[in-house]
Design a protein around this ligand. Structure first.
Ligand code: AMP
Length: 425
């Protein structure tokens, strides 16, 4: 098979690594990719937001499958545009990607199908949103409806904070994404990520993970795209997984099919495990980054076989095998992240740092004058497997400490909750 992978982050490097190991693969292309992905794939200078250019490339290179990494092109309808040209694609249609592209859409679906989630209101004017906040009180959560690069959510501990977040949304801080807002109940519990591989009808559990969003050790400081992750998530016991499938995922699959927008692709449920059971925080319609990196470390089966089964509607006849080990990834970021990261500093020793049970995925790197340099906020994902999360953590940090990059930083406590649980048991 000739495969085209769209995207350029650590998530896509992990996907390229697994696709590259498939005996089904003839040739892998990646657009635009990064230097790490370049070791697995031929990099193509394509604007992935230009659907006509992507389609023309697929025709020219006889691409048998397109795998879409990020949400932007999915929400913009790239899967529909490719399918209209009879090009096979792994990723949901524009209508199905509304599960990520519109928080209000997802909340209404939850209400209609009795899917457990936070109580909410949808507003497209400031006055009624503020009236709802005044009536409900704090803590309360304000969310821009559309895609806002992970920045559209404010967990407000006071009404004043909530009102300020509403002002920001309606003043245009998130552009069109904030023209409508969802205001919702603050939930407490432990967060976890749950993934399903879906073919429009069937959803198969595809692993669990937990990530660390705050920039600093001890989960303090500003939010980031994620400073590290591990899998599996201990809070996702077989009982909680069974409830999540029955109460959240299956009604979602049914609801989307009834709306004429069956969901095919990766469904990523952000969950709050409350004392009343799992509740949906939000959906994403693609793999998480950096969660994908730990899932790929643990996946025993051929990824390309599984993606094909999802595209061909064959998941009812498919099973997925996982390694027994845990996996953990630590993000190395450029100084300044999540503000303005410093670009261009030289990174040495990446190849020597990898080894048994360790993969180093590139997220934001470039080659400059023959040297590997930082070219983004999150730059490398040092990823390791181990018999326990604790062992994977030790291996990941040992590898990370072999990388010579004085201008980079990382958290030193990725996986702390799971490691503490392992010690206690
Ligand atoms: P989201 O982008 O929807 O995943 O939200 C970002 C983060 O905000 C989540 O990972 C949660 O930590 C937090 N959050 C979102 N919604 C709620 C809620 N209703 N209650 C408590 N925390 C929330």
């Amino acid at each position: 098979m000739n495969v085209l992978l769209l995207g350029s982050g650590g998530r896509e490097h992990a996907l390229a690594w697994k696709i590259g190991a498939s005996p089904l693969l003839t040739k892998l292309y990646a657009a635009p990719g990064n230097p790490g992905i370049g070791a697995e794939a031929e990099l193509v200078k394509l604007d992935i937001n230009d659907h006509a250019a992507v389609t023309a490339f697929c025709r020219e290179k006889k691409i048998d499958l397109v795998v879409v990494g990020p949400e932007g092109p999915l929400v913009a309808g790239i899967a529909d545009d490719l399918r209209a040209e009879n090009i096979r694609v792994f990723g949901p249609s524009k209508a199905a990607a509304r599960l990520e592209g519109s928080k209000g859409f997802t909340k209404d679906l939850c209400a209609r199908y009795n899917i457990p989630t936070a109580a909410y209101g949808r507003f497209n004017d400031l006055a009624s949103a503020k009236a709802y906040v005044d009536q409900t009180g704090a803590p309360i959560v304000i969310k821009a409806d559309g895609l806002a690069a992970g920045k559209g959510v404010t967990v407000a501990m006071t009404s004043d904070e909530a009102r300020a977040a509403l002002d920001a949304c309606f003043e245009g801080s998130f552009g069109a994404a904030g023209a409508e807002v969802v205001v919702e109940e603050f939930m407490t519990g432990e967060e976890a990520s749950f993934f399903c591989l879906c073919d429009g009808t069937t959803a198969l559990p595809f692993g669990t993970a937990q990530d660390h969003k705050r920039v600093g050790d001890g989960d303090v400081g500003p939010n980031t795209g994620g400073m590290g992750a591990y899998s599996p998530a201990p809070v996702m016991t077989p009982e909680i997984i069974e409830r999540t499938m029955r109460e959240i995922i299956e009604p979602t699959m049914r609801g989307m099919a009834e709306l004429g927008a069956p969901f095919a692709g990766i469904l990523f449920a952000g969950l709050m495990i409350t004392d009343k059971g799992p509740k949906l925080i939000e959906y994403n319609t693609r793999f998480g980054d950096p969660e994908c990196q730990v899932l790929m470390m643990r996946l025993k089966d051929d990824l390309l076989v599984l993606l094909n089964a999802a595209v061909d509607g064959q998941l009812a006849h498919t099973s997925i095998r996982w390694r027994d080990e845990a996996a953990l990834t630590v993000v190395m970021a450029a100084r300044g992240y999540p503000g303005t990261p410093e670009k261009g500093s030289v990174i040495r020793g990446v190849e020597q740092a990898a080894g048994e049970g360790v993969q180093i995925f590139h997220a934001g790197t470039a080659i400059n004058g023959g040297a590997l340099v930082a070219n983004g906020g999150r730059v490398l994902n040092v990823t390791a497997s181990g018999a326990t999360v604790g062992e994977a953590q030790k291996r990941a940090y040992a590898a990370l400490d072999r990388i010579d990059w004085p201008d980079g930083f990382c958290r030193r406590d990725i996986g702390w909750q799971a490691v503490a649980r392992e010690r206690a048991s």
